[in-house]
Design a protein around this ligand. Structure first.
Ligand code: GLA
Length: 381
């Protein structure tokens, strides 16, 4: 949506102009899955899909929120009261951000908010992180909190962990806050240091949403995290970031089969991220192809977060691309999307292969997005 339409919508609802618009993107992760909460490495990039939050300060302590996506639902709550869950699921993300900011002692001012988003939901492209970072940015601006982009990301993650009950890592919020056009970001999730890695101009990011109905995602997600933490404990290390395959094999008799497999994924995935970063810098498709295939295999067999629909899409695309493109599932798993890195000429091959095989075998319609890496969070006044 263009900014004019958002401002007009705001005026129509609140009878005043917005003082600014906070915008934050969704993301795709190229490699480094479920490594973030193990203090490991990830290589995501921000997308051109964004969530935009038009805002203006109110004269009281109320937060009043409307959304273009849910025209019949609005949410409002008082910052002076205890902030608890409300009836609106999307509204709870705004409450979650207010809750963690307030808990940290920040003085928040009342605001009117209007939200608009074109980040596909349920696709594993981080629509919730985009919302948290944009809403955090609106609070930061109106209440003059002086938060950095990293600060916005950390509060967004806390909002998920402590209010939405999803024990996610920092990847989604940090890339949404700090993404850079035409670049992926290598994030060290222990130090939170980021390095931009330029995406070669002739490489396309093709994202294919399986549209598989995701279920029990949060409980399975949280259980994986517990398995990883248990494994680290048994290895005698703070987090799996500090583990090696040799250490894992020595400790194998003490680990449950799940703990072993989860740790094997995380430790091997961390080294794949470092190698893939080099391969991306060198535009080395053969290595990218092998590393992304190994990542998917590990997510399927060791971390067990793929479903037949995402495995099937990966197979279909691999069949079409052979060694000319790199493919794997991306994001939080249990459905969602796959990502392909390929050259221009291969886009039509993928589209054709998906059209010919996906619906027929999985009884679902896939959505295909050809994307570019985009900038992260920004405020427009
Ligand atoms: C979700 C979480 C992230 C990360 C990914 C898997 O997107 O929000 O923190 O763990 O899953 O890599």
């Amino acid at each position: 949506m263009n900014l004019d339409a958002l401002s007009k919508g705001f005026k129509a609802i609140f009878d005043c102009e917005p003082t600014g618009i906070a915008s934050s993107p969704g993301r795709v992760n190229l490699i480094g899955e479920f490594t973030d909460y193990n203090d490991g490495y990830v290589l995501p990039c921000a997308l051109e899909f964004t969530t935009q939050v038009a805002f203006a300060q109110r004269g009281d302590d109320l937060i009043v929120v409307h959304s273009f996506q849910y025209p019949n639902e609005q949410d409002s709550f008082n910052l002076a009261d205890e902030i608890t869950q409300g009836d609106s699921q999307w509204g709870n993300y705004i409450r979650a951000v207010a809750f963690v900011l307030k808990r940290s002692g920040k003085k928040l001012k009342g605001m009117n908010l209007l939200i608009e988003s074109n980040v596909p939901q349920g696709a594993g492209l981080s629509s919730s992180a985009a919302l948290e970072v944009a809403v955090g940015g609106a609070f930061n601006h109106v209440s003059d909190l002086g938060l950095s982009k990293q600060g916005l990301a950390l509060f967004g993650q806390q909002a998920e962990n402590d209010f939405m009950d999803c024990q996610c890592g920092i990847m989604d919020q940090l890339i949404s806050a700090k993404g850079q056009k035409n670049n992926a970001l290598l994030i060290d999730c222990e130090s939170l240091e980021t390095k931009s890695v330029s995406i070669p101009e002739d490489l396309n990011l093709v994202i294919i949403n399986s549209n598989y109905p995701r279920k029990l995602v949060d409980s399975e997600y949280n259980q994986r995290r517990i398995d990883c933490e248990q494994a680290a404990k048994k290895l005698g290390i703070k987090t799996l970031r500090h583990g090696t395959i040799e250490m894992l094999n020595v400790a194998k008799p003490d680990l449950t089969s799940n703990e072993y497999k989860r740790a094997h994924h995380v430790i091997s995935e961390n080294s794949r991220v470092i190698k893939a970063t080099e391969a991306l810098k060198n535009n080395d498709m053969a290595s990218l192809c092998a590393l992304m295939a190994a990542s998917h295999y590990s997510l399927k067999h060791d971390f067990e977060v793929t479903v037949p629909a995402t495995d099937g899409l990966v197979e279909i695309c691999k069949g079409a691309l052979q060694s000319r493109g790199a493919v794997r599932m991306t994001g939080g798993g249990f459905g969602g999307a796959i990502v392909c890195l390929c050259r221009d000429d291969d886009i039509k091959l993928i589209k054709q292969a998906v059209e010919d095989n996906y619906t027929q075998n999985f009884n679902l319609e896939a959505s295909i997005f050809v994307c570019k890496a985009a900038d992260g969070f920004l405020i427009m006044e």
